[in-house]
Design a protein around this ligand. Structure first.
Ligand SMILES: Nc1ncnc2c1ncn2[C@@H]1O[C@H](COP(=O)(O)OP(=O)(O)OP(=O)(O)O)[C@@H](O)[C@H]1O
Ligand SMILES: [Mg+2]
Length: 118
């Protein structure tokens, strides 16, 4: 059964992104198939943790410029830090939100796009 876990706090800088990132890696190491999504759309920071420039952002999915599969970056290889011989059974997919200010402006209707997916 698929479970959805949200890390949320009204207060900023309290460790939401740090905990979500570490929790996702731990679950993948335990054998779960994990899809970590940055939905902190007004101040995304997941990219800073994984140092990855995705081909497509979750914003592209919002604006119907990408299929959901296109915004999933398979980062399973990073959890096998020791290149261990025991296989990692889980999967870690991450989707990143675009931190550029034009993209954040668009989320507020600044671009007049259809925002039904948001
Ligand atoms: N358990 C911890 N102990 C010490 N520092 C921590 C801990 N968890 C996170 N930090 C540090 O606190 C800062 C904020 O963490 P993080 O970005 O995870 O918070 P956040 O709640 O996602 O912030 P934001 O509201 O800006 O999205 C970072 O510099 C992070 O390295
Ligand atoms: Mg955060």
């Amino acid at each position: 059964m698929t479970k959805c876990i949200a890390f949320h706090s009204y207060k900023g800088g309290t460790g939401k992104t740090t905990i979500a990132s570490n929790f996702a890696v731990l679950l993948a190491k335990k054998g779960y198939r994990v899809f970590l999504m940055d939905l902190d759309v007004y101040a995304p920071s997941l990219q800073a943790y994984f140092e990855k420039e995705p081909r497509k952002w979750i914003n592209d999915f919002f604006w119907s410029n990408a299929h959901i599969d296109d915004v999933l970056v398979d980062l399973t290889h990073i959890i096998d830090e020791n290149n261990s011989s025991s296989p990692i059974n889980g999967k870690l997919y991450v989707s990143f939100c675009n931190p550029k200010k034009e993209e954040i402006y668009k989320l507020d209707g600044g671009g007049k796009q259809d925002n039904s997916k948001i």
